[in-house]
Design a protein around this ligand. Structure first.
Ligand SMILES: [Fe+2]
Ligand SMILES: [Fe+2]
Length: 183
């Protein structure tokens, strides 16, 4: 059986996704809302998936592993940013400070390299002043903004992603679990 390009690409995406989804700490992102009804976990998977698809669509040669892993961890800040008292309140506004918190957490929990770190640290550009250095960081910075807007206006965002790349029962259960605001 011959696989189509997109099927092969989805398998590549899945292999990197699986590697990170095995870490329980990464799944903690499912506890927090990003925009609308979308959890930080699903938001991050979507940003990674569309960053990857975008690079394929435009035939941009990228470091695929770094692009996907960096995007998966770009919002790995691990708190509810909507809560009145959240950890970022002590140090600055969430929009400015969360890339640094996500980077700190990613260094602590994952073995990230320079490109992955740049993706995480600079994804909020131009709100944060340092411009992305690598094409992988630029792609994630752009796709993150489009995904964020989409989530604000769609209550059931990314149902198709769940079908295409979140394929095991266990993963589906994790992603579909109801967000618990009291964690
Ligand atoms: Fe972010
Ligand atoms: Fe994001």
């Amino acid at each position: 059986m011959k696989l189509k390009n997109k099927e092969v690409e989805n398998l590549v995406f899945r292999s990197y996704l699986e590697e990170i989804m095995h870490k329980k700490k990464f799944l903690k992102m499912n506890r927090y809302v990003q925009h609308g009804n979308t959890s930080c976990l699903l938001h991050s998977i979507a940003v990674a998936y569309y960053s990857y698809r975008f690079s394929k669509f435009l035939k941009i040669k990228v470091h695929e592993k770094e692009l996907i892993r960096g995007a998966l961890l770009h919002d790995y800040f691990l708190y509810d940013w909507h809560a009145k008292y959240n950890p970022s309140k002590n140090v600055g506004k969430h929009g400015f400070i969360h890339p640094k918190i996500a980077l700190f957490n990613a260094y602590r929990d994952f073995n990230i390299n320079t490109i992955e770190a740049d993706i995480i640290k600079k994804h909020m550009f131009p709100l944060t002043f340092e411009a992305p250095k690598y094409k992988e960081s630029i792609i994630v910075c752009l796709v993150d903004k489009v995904c964020s807007l989409y989530e604000v206006f769609n209550k059931n965002a990314y149902a198709h992603i769940t079908k295409e790349v979140i394929t095991t029962k266990k993963e589906r259960r994790v992603v579909a679990r109801r967000l618990n605001p009291y964690y």
